[in-house]
Design a protein around this ligand. Sequence first.
Ligand code: GL7
Length: 832
Amino acid sequence: MDARYKSREIERRSLDVDGLKRSFLEWLVYSVGKDARAATRRDWFHTVALAVRDRLVDRWMDTTRTYYQQDAKRVYYLSLEFLIGRLLTNSLANLGITDQCRQALDRIGLNLDDVVEAEPDAALGNGGLGRLAACFLDSMASEALPGYGYGIRYEFGLFEQRFEHGWQVEYPEQWLQFGNPWEFPRPEVLYPVQFYGRVEEFRDSVGERAYRWVDAERVLAMAYDTPVVGYGGDTINTLRLWSARATRDFNFGHFNDGAYMKAVEQKVLTENLSRVLYPNDATEGGKELRLKQEYFFTSASLQDILRRYLQHHSNFDSLPDKAAIQLNDTHPAIGIAELMRLLVDQHGVLWDKAWDITRATFSYTNHTLLPEALEAWPVRMMERVLPRHMQIIYEINAKFLNRSKARAAGDNARLSRLSLIDERGDRRVRMGNLAFLGSHKVNGVSALHTELMKQTVFADFHAEFPERINNKTNGITPRRWLHQANQPLAALITSRIGNGWIKDLGQIKALAEKADDLVFREEFRRAKRKNKKRLAAYIARQTGVDVQVDSLFDVQVKRMHEYKRQLLNILQAIALYNEMRDNPTVSWVPVTKIFAGKAAPSYHMAKLIIKLINDVAKVVNHDPSVHDNLKIVLLPNYNVTAAEIIMPAADLSEQISTAGMEASGTGNMKLALNGALTIGTLDGANVEIREHVGDDNIFIFGLTAEEVNDLRASGGFNPREVIASNPSLKRALDMISTGVFSPDDPHRYHPILQALTDGGDHFLVTADFAEYCEAQQEAMDLYRDQEEWTRKAILNTANMGWFSSDRTIMEYATEIWDVHPVKPEHPAETEG
Ligand code: GL7
């Protein structure tokens, strides 16, 4: 081999400072094609990313090869969303070469932090559901589980949010504009996916009735692979995202007609399939493109999974022993009908056998009880877009209803609720029911949510299959959300208990005994202050508002949704503002209210609440009479990268959803792990957070899920009475309605006031207002006692170990998937 090549090959693996530096300089010239003098920050980012990527490719291949050679059981996580964020810091930290990389760049006269800033934030998801998928990828790789992520390579991720005159305005997010150094295009991994057409019946070779899907339109799914580096860099798994490509023959037909422009137009239209992520965090009712996206990535993934399986097997009997497929919500639930189609129509497996295999292979996670989020595709659309699947769904349904207990009991109402088809109004396919029926396990994402699933949406199915529903409380990866995002605290923790916590977050419990250690408290506060300074600088840059670093940072960051009740928070802020103005001589605890979050572009109420927060902020922040004791900021464009700055800097974590409505929440976990105290309702995982951190270290208020249910059911709730009896609430609402915050348009907030009064206050903002204000007061009082506050903050961090996504993922692995860790063999390294 040419000596030069040889040296590059060694260099590619070298993890020391000199080797890194040499390969940076080489990559800049030979791959990015720039001279060091002309290189931009972005050029350096691409250079560093490519050089780091070199250092994981060998181990990536080793991992894949080991799985293949051992014919290990794999788990396939099918998700329409993966909210991964930036990857450079993550790759460096998980490979353990952050310091070396920093030094190597230093020697070139560059700062690693600047280079990191040039990476776009990969926002292929909306919120918690997508971020959970990303945390799970990290945990599967870190736990050495053979896990694959499958999704869509959206050309445009979640929109960029800007505020114009206080209103949300959406801009396209072009994360791929300058290329993506982490992905490997696989033009040879290509699967056809069909739509439309019709179904033909025929007799198969043994004279049985059989079906084929004909005259369909064809799209190709092309794979792009991104390595997923586990902690320590030993296991490197794969995230495979599909991109739509037009078929060539499809275009040639048009060329023959001479209709060249039409052919190209068709190509563009076809490839729109993977163009853009739907920006709702609930669901997209009735949108054909959405259904096509769901089927597109699910079909391609299943074809890929079967191809991999068939490398070692000649029939499908042991598919469930070799593949576990997890449906992340109902978005990929059409996969149940698709696997049936592939097995029965394409591979000639008998129906009953195919059904057993399918059910043993799939499992389904439900992420929300919101009725508007339960996918239900119009039968007429399904018949048109996926005619064969519609038939299969009818068949599954008929067989199920025939055997169900409800039928035996003659309970027709129950039977119609169990049906895969909602027969009321225009007929619809209930994807939740399909997912439930086609899975051997169905899980909720917090203890409370799972209980409510049993009592509400899946009550009938639960009676039918009492063993099927189980709970898997969500978790977060401690690598990204503490080790990487909060270096001051991570270093402090490691200085006391070593670094075992990064891989085994349960060890963080050992910090509990340090809660009474005054020196440790002081250092804990210092770490928090450092993070707050960084956030304050970010706030100043993003909004122009100066905030006091030593004020109480009260943080509510999440999607804008009425059930999450940002409105409750801003109403309390107005009440506090009034109190401060009324009592100027009192020494107030300075408070900074920090909001961030996107609203779905079509969600008018959520967008109006954004405008309200911005309007209130403008008035409060410019009012000299509150002496800077209250500042309100709404940070634009909340994403993973912003969260990494915000989470470590929070003092108080707002988790104030109407009880029973937030399935779990995961921001609540990130904030508590980083030492914020939670103010929250007994909703989602807050319930379990309270159990772990202790009742004394959390501020719980408000109606319980049961009380909410009873209150709504009684029909006796009268928000006007509540408002009339609470002067501070009444005053806050009056200020809004008289245009104190919107002098340019005094009626602007009429819809909000309307919803809180005549609208019946569905989210019970007024009902919880008084208790919420009391809990806020308690928090402010406690904050005066910095020692006591710090003690509780430390206890929060120390007791959050259970909320690691490593724990969650191992529960899935043992209780649902039956997959086991597989240690990759690294021959190149053992050979010397
Ligand atoms: C969500 C839930 O709303 C959220 O509470 C949960 O933490 C998350 C992950 O399980 O899933 N469900 C949902 O549809 N979205 C969520 O964030 C968008």
